[in-house]
Design a protein around this ligand. Structure first.
Ligand code: ADP
Ligand code: MG
Length: 394
C-alpha cells in the first residue's frame, strides 16, 4: 500500500512551490497538438494558487538530450496553459540560476511561472545532485504531479526531493489511488485484458496479472506468440520466436494459478496490411502461409465480451490489433464496447491503447484512463517508481 503525503496534507500558503508536471505534449511546429496532459495539471495548479502558494512549473518536452533545442522550448506550453487557466503564465528562459532566483523572489500572489525545458540541462536525466540542489534552491516545497515521468530517477523527479520536502500533486495522488485498486483487494471477478505487440515488453505484467486476476484475456501481436507456443504456425504473422518458450511456460503457470487465461479463438487475417485491406476471420489453424493475423476476430470479441460482462473490475493494457490501420481497430473497439457495457469499474493504461481509444472516440467508456505509459506498466508490475518513492510518507 503506497501512503504518501500530498498537497492536501501540508501547509502551502505563502510557500514558494516548485511543481513538476508532465507537459511532454505532442507539437505541430510551435502549436500544442493535444493538450490532455496540460489540462490534467489544472486541478493541482488551481488548488495551490487558491491556497495562496506561489507556483513555478517545470517539465521536460521531447528528447533534447541535455542541450537547448529551439524547437523544444516550453513557449507553446506556456501559451496553452495561460489560455486554459485564463491567467498569465510567464515563461523563464532558463531552468536554474540567478534569473530564476530573482523572478521567484519577486513573484506576486496568483502569478504563475514556467521554467524552460528541464532536459535542456545535462544534469536532469543524470540526476546530478548539484543540478538538483540548484533546481531546489529558490523554493520551499516540491510538488510532483508528473506521474508519467515517475518511473525515471531524474533530478526533477527524484533528486530534488533530497533538498526540499516533497509531496504528491492531485493528479499523482489520483493515479496512485486508481492504479492501486486492482492490486490491493480488487473487486471480483477481476478481469485483466492485455494486448500490444511484444511479450518481451509485457512479461512482468502478464505474470503479475496471472497472480492477481480471475481472468486474463490476451490479444494483439503478443497473443500470436502464445498461439505459436500452443503449436499453431500463423503464416507470416508478427510474433517473437525468442519468446515462444517463455510463453509456453506462462501457459503452464496459468494452469496452476487459479486464473483463467484465454487466447483468441479467431483472428482477422490479411494478405497485405494497409488501410481498408480485405481480410478473413479465421481460426488459428486456418492461417495460410504468407498471411498475417493482425486483429482478434468477432468470435473472440464475443468470447471476451461474455467474461467482461461478468467482471466487477477490469484492467486493460495494450490494443488487441493493429488499430493504426483500420479496419484492424475493430477488435479493440468491440472489446471497448463490452467494457463500457459491463458496468464494472474499469481502468486503462498504456500509450498506444489510450491513443486507440481516443481515435475511436471511446475514452468516456472507461472509469479511469491513466496518463502514464511506461510508468503505468511499471506501477502495475509492482516496481517501485523513483518519483513516488521520493515523496514524504504519511
Ligand atoms: P501500449 O502502448 O498500449 O502498452 P504496446 O506498445 O505494447 O501497447 O503495443 C502497441 C502496438 O501493438 C501497436 O502499434 C499495434 O499496432 C501493435 N499490435 C497490436 N496487435 C498486433 C498484431 N496482431 N500484429 C502486429 N502488431 C500488433
Ligand atoms: Mg506502446
Amino acid at each position: 500500500m503506497i501512503n504518501k503525503k500530498s498537497i492536501e496534507d501540508v501547509e502551502v500558503t505563502g510557500k514558494k512551490v516548485l511543481m513538476r508536471s508532465d507537459f511532454n505534449v505532442p507539437l505541430d511546429g510551435s502549436r500544442v497538438r493535444d493538450d490532455t496532459r496540460i489540462r490534467a495539471a489544472v486541478p493541482t495548479i488551481e488548488s495551490l494558487i487558491g491556497r495562496g502558494a506561489r507556483v513555478v512549473l517545470a517539465s521536460h518536452l521531447g528528447r533534447p538530450g541535455g542541450e537547448p533545442k529551439p524547437e523544444l522550448k516550453m513557449d507553446p506550453v506556456a501559451e496553452r496553459l495561460a489560455h486554459i487557466l485564463s491567467r498569465p503564465v510567464h515563461k523563464i528562459e532558463t531552468v536554474v540560476g540567478p534569473e530564476v532566483k530573482k523572478r521567484v523572489a519577486e513573484m506576486q500572489e496568483g502569478e504563475l511561472l514556467l521554467l524552460e525545458n528541464l532536459r535542456f540541462e545535462k544534469g536532469e536525466e543524470k540526476n546530478d545532485p548539484e543540478f538538483a540542489r540548484q533546481l531546489a534552491e529558490p523554493f520551499d516545497l516540491f510538488v510532483n504531479d508528473a506521474f508519467g515521468t515517475a518511473h525515471r530517477a531524474h533530478a526533477s523527479t527524484a533528486g530534488v526531493a533530497s533538498y526540499l520536502p516533497a509531496v504528491a500533486g492531485l493528479l499523482m495522488k489520483k493515479e496512485i489511488e486508481e492504479l492501486s485498486r486492482c492490486l490491493n483487494d480488487p473487486a471480483r471477478p477481476l478481469t485483466a485484458i492485455l494486448g500490444g505487440a511484444k511479450v518481451s515488453d509485457k512479461l512482468n505484467i502478464i505474470r503479475r496479472f496471472l497472480e492477481l486476476a480471475d481472468n486474463l484475456l490476451l490479444g494483439g501481436g503478443m497473443a500470436n506468440t502464445f498461439l505459436v507456443a500452443n503449436g499453431f504456425t500463423l503464416g507470416n504473422s508478427f510474433y517473437e520466436e525468442e519468446m515462444v518458450k517463455e510463453a509456453a511456460e506462462l501457459l503452464a503457470e496459468s494452469e496452476e494459478s487459479g486464473c483463467c487465461l484465454l487466447l483468441p479463438v479467431d483472428l482477422a487475417v490479411t494478405e497485405e496490411l494497409k488501410p481498408g485491406a480485405s481480410f478473413k476471420n479465421l481460426s488459428p489453424e486456418e492461417v495460410d502461409e504468407g498471411a498475417k493475423a493482425v486483429d482478434i476476430g468477432p468470435e473472440t470479441v464475443a468470447l471476451f465480451g461474455d467474461i467482461i460482462t461478468d467482471a466487477a473490475m477490469i484492467v486493460w493494457n495494450g490494443p488487441l490489433g493493429v488499430f493504426e490501420v483500420p479496419p484492424f481497430d475493430r477488435g479493440t473497439a468491440g472489446v471497448a464496447a463490452a467494457v463500457a457495457g459491463s458496468g464494472a469499474y474499469s481502468v486503462v493504461g498504456g500509450g498506444d491503447l489510450v491513443a486507440a481509444l481516443e481515435g475511436l472516440g471511446l475514452t468516456d467508456k472507461v472509469s479511469f484512463i491513466s496518463t502514464g505509459g511506461g510508468a503505468t506498466l511499471e506501477f502495475w508490475e509492482g516496481k517501485e517508481l523513483p518519483g513516488i518513492a521520493a515523496l514524504l510518507d504519511k
